[in-house]
Design a protein around this ligand. Structure first.
Ligand code: ADP
Length: 473
């Protein structure tokens, strides 16, 4: 087949364009820390929004009782109930009900949408309390995870800035999200109070902190990506005089929108962005998250196919945006059969490219590798950027402690809670990310930084915050 050399050239250019040597990653680390500063200094001071959450107490593990949570963040919504026994106990009971949001409600009125949600919640509560003991509290308490951009007014209320992810309930924009839910619950005769309104990363941080109090940040790598962390209140210059009991506040970074000239960008990224519904937006997310990795790979294969015959005639499927989903590139990347049968199957079934010789299959694996490796390493740099901002990256030096047995280096343990299908299901992404963390931090510091996977922080974390906020009142 013609054009093999040209295809190899495309691969080499991709590798050069996506290169992330440690020196470059350190530049990204610094840029992240600088942008965080800027976003905290003034409203609109950075592409990082650095949204205040008004959450200053994270769950300690001493919470007790029965709490509910509602998680609305995409096409599904979930209601759940947990029972907590105090003393950092395992979560004793945990029941979940998941339902799709009917399509027509995603573009209806706020009243219709929230009536539907309140009804489902009411059914769930009644069902649960029939089979299990009821909440002892006079009023049931609910944490609400609402993963759309919200301007928080307090840790339990905030107004919707805009809809994303296919929702467009226009009368909701500018309204208080908790109040909408609260009113719908009253209309249904429910006695329940929204005691926390959060986004999903904050839930992950809460769950991480419940299990391990050294947890200072949370990151999600799923369809999209975002991060939040615990900041000193006096570092939040844009809202001076912010008094908090603990001196800290969780900041929702909205880091998917991070941008820096140090990010290695290729023509595929430029095209993907230009053809997206939100050009110039979410630049970091478009290089990192599960929604996009497959599509970057598709664009590279399309380029290779157009420049050569190695894939046969150009398949029309290669022109279809998002046809190659990220789980498929993971499956090709991790295909360990000698003949790369899985790669051949996916090329044939998903892209209608039949009978690809082994050397071309290997090429496709390499493309997946380059794209995912860049994503994972940039993600690691982002995490270290957060640690740098809060002085946990070891760059301030490691304290030396003198003991009888000599001088020991001592550093605080730092835990980052991580969640999301991209991290948990895509082994190579996870391994590249962890490897890069070690390279950036260096061997003295890396052992003190622990990445811990949490599960269902967006649900359980909201209930935990409902608990810790109710306790703190
Ligand atoms: P959310 O859609 O709320 O982010 P998840 O955290 O479960 O939900 O993430 C789902 C995303 O994770 C998918 O959109 C996909 O991009 C990615 N993903 C899921 N499974 C895999 C997999 N096996 N390999 C690679 N990516 C995966």
């Amino acid at each position: 087949r013609r054009g093999w050399r040209r295809v190899v050239r495309v691969l080499e250019e991709l590798e050069e364009g996506c290169a992330t040597p440690v020196g470059r990653l350190r530049q990204v680390v610094d840029a992240m820390a600088v942008e965080m500063h800027a976003g905290l200094a003034s409203e609109g001071g950075s592409k990082l929004k650095m949204l205040l959450t008004y959450v200053h107490n994270l769950p300690t593990g001493n919470e007790k009782g029965i709490y509910y949570a509602l998680d609305l963040g995409g096409t599904n919504f979930r209601v759940l109930r947990i029972r907590l026994g105090g003393q950092r106990s395992a979560i004793i009971e945990h029941d979940v009900d998941r339902q799709p949001i009917p399509q027509h409600l995603m573009t209806s009125t706020s009243e219709e949408l929230f009536d539907f949600i309140a009804t489902s919640l009411k059914d769930f509560v009644e069902r649960e309390e029939n089979v299990s003991e009821p909440s002892q509290k006079e009023r049931r308490e609910l944490g609400f995870t609402f993963s759309f951009p919200v301007k928080q007014i307090s840790s339990s209320s905030g107004t919707l800035i805009k809809w994303t992810k296919g929702f467009s309930v226009e009368d909701m924009v500018g309204k208080d999200v908790s109040q909408c839910l609260q009113q719908a619950m009253s209309r249904k005769g429910m006695d329940m109070r929204v005691t926390a309104l959060i986004n999903d990363t904050v839930g992950t941080l809460a769950l991480g902190h419940y299990h391990d109090e050294d947890t200072v940040a949370a990151v999600i790598f799923g369809t999209g990506t975002n991060a939040c962390y615990l900041e000193r209140a006096d570092a939040i210059i844009k809202s001076q005089g912010l008094l908090t009991t603990t001196g800290g506040m969780v900041v929702n970074m909205e880091w998917g929108n991070f941008w820096s000239s140090h990010l290695p960008r290729t023509s595929y990224d430029v095209d993907l962005d230009a053809e997206s519904p939100n050009p110039n937006d979410q630049g970091f997310e478009k290089m990192i998250s599960g929604m996009y990795l497959g599509d970057i790979v598709r664009r590279v294969i399309l380029q290779m196919s157009q420049e050569s015959d190695v894939f046969g005639p150009v398949s029309s499927k290669l022109h279809a945006p998002f046809i190659l989903r990220t789980p498929l590139i993971a499956a090709m990347h991790e295909d360990d059969s000698p003949n790369l049968n899985e790669v051949a199957r996916i090329l044939k079934e998903s892209l209608e490219i039949p009978e690809v010789p082994l050397n071309v299959r290997k090429l496709v694996v390499k493309v997946c590798d380059v794209v995912t490796c860049r994503a994972a390493r940039l993600a690691a740099a982002g995490i270290v950027g957060i640690l740098k901002k809060i002085g946990r990256d070891g760059s301030g030096g490691i304290a030396s402690v003198k003991t009888k047995n000599g001088i020991h280096k001592k550093m605080r343990r730092t835990v980052v809670a991580v969640e999301g299908g991209l991290y948990t299901n895509y082994t190579m992404f996870r391994e590249y990310l962890n490897e890069a963390m070690g390279q950036i931090l260096g061997e003295d510091v890396a052992p003190y930084v622990i990445i811990k996977v949490t599960e269902d922080g967006s649900g359980i974390g909201a209930a935990l915050l409902a608990a810790s906020h109710s306790a703190s009142e």
